[in-house]
Design a binder for this molecule. Sequence first.
Ligand code: NAD
Ligand code: MG
Length: 391
Amino acid sequence: MRRVTILGATGSIGQNTLDLIRRAPKGSYQVVALTGGRNIAQLAADARAFGAELAVTAHDDLLVPLRAALAGSGVEVAAGAAALIEAAQRPADWTMSAIVGVAGLAPGLAALENGGTLALANKESLVTAGPLLMACAQATGARILPVDSEHSAIFQALTGEDIATARRVIITASGGAFRDWPLKRMRAATVAQASSHPNWAMGQRITIDSASMFNKALEVIEAKEFFGFRPEQIEVVIHPQSIIHALIGFCDGGLMAHVGPPDMRHAIGYALNWPTRRDLPVEALDLATIGRLDFAAPDPARYPALGLAWQVMAVGGLTGAVFNAAKERALDHFIAGHIGFMAMADLVQSALDGLAGHPELAVSEITLERVQSVDHVTRQHMDMQVGRRAG
Ligand code: NAD
Ligand code: MG
C-alpha cells in the first residue's frame, strides 16, 4: 500500500489525482494528508471518502468549520501555513504538489525533505527556486517527477535517450482563449473571457495565464530548471489542437513527439504509476477524426509575456522569483478589475526592469527565505505601480 499526500487536493489537479486514486484497486493507496483552501465542503468530503489521516486548510479562520465538517470522522484537522508544512512532512511515498502559486514552494520543499517522490504540478516552485528544489532532492534522495503536461511529455520523450544528444526542445502552446483574436480586441478582454480555455479544463489562474502565455513563459523556465536545457535550446510553437504536448529534437535530426488527448489525468497518472505504465481513463485518440495538426509561430505583439522568459533566464538567480511574483500580482489586479489584460505583461516587464540591480537579487545562493523576501518586495512594487496608474 502506497502512502500518498495531495497538497492542493481541492483544485483541478488535486481532484484529477483523487479521481485516479478512487479508480485504483482497493488497498492500493493510503491517503496521508489532503490540503485545501477555502472549499471546506470539498476538503472534508474527500478526507472522509478517502479515509485521510489529516486534512488541512491553508486558512486559520477556517479551522472551526473544517473541524465541524469532519466531526466524528477520525480525521485529524489543522489550519494555517505551519500546518501545511506539517502535512507535507508526514512520511509519504508519493506527494502531489498542486497548490497554485509560490505558496506551493515551502510545502513542496518540506515534502522533498522526506526523500519520497514529489509529483510536481506547481511550476512556480521551479521558476522561483529551481536550483534549491533540485539540490534538496539530490541531498535527500527524493525524486521529482514532472506533472505539467509539456514536461511530462519531455520526460517521456527522453526516456532511454542520452540527454546530451537532445539539441532542441519544442514546447507546444494552445494559444489560449484569444488565439484567434486581434490585438485590439485582446486589450479589452474581460476576466470571464480570459477564464475559458479552448482545450483544457484547469483552475482559473492558469487558464488566464494560458490566454496571456505567461503560463508558457513559466513552462520555458521550468524546462530549463528541470532538465538543464540552455535557454537557446528551448522553442515554443502554437499548436491549437493540444494533441502534441512537446517534442525533443535529437542531434541526428529526429524529433520525438509526445502525443495524447488534452487530459491532465495522463500526466498525473504517468507520475503516479512511474516507472511502470498502467491503464488510465483517458480517451484513445482517433487521428483520422482529428484529421490535421496545425502549428504557428507565436506573435510577440500579441503574447509579450512569452519573451520575458528568456530575459529572466539570461539573468538567473532570484529573477525567476521576481518574475513569478510580478505575474501573480498582475493577475490579482487583472482579476480584481484594476488593470486591463495586456497591461499585465507591461507591468511585469517594468517590475523586471525596475527591480534589476535590487540588492535582494544580488545573491548567488537561492534559499526559501530569499525567495519569500523577493516575492514580498516585488508584490509591493507591483501594487505601487498599479496604484500610480490608477492615480
Ligand atoms: P486550482 O486553482 O484549481 O487549485 C489550487 C489548489 O491550491 C486548491 O486546492 C487551493 O485550495 C489551493 N490553494 C490556493 N491558494 C493557496 C494558498 N495560498 N495556500 C495553500 N493552498 C492554496 O489550481 P490548478 O489548476 O489545480 O493548478 C495547481 C498547480 O498546478 C498550479 O501551479 C498550476 O500552474 C499547475 N498546473 C495545473 C494544470 C491544470 O491542468 N490545472 C496543468 C499544469 C500545471
Ligand atoms: Mg502545461
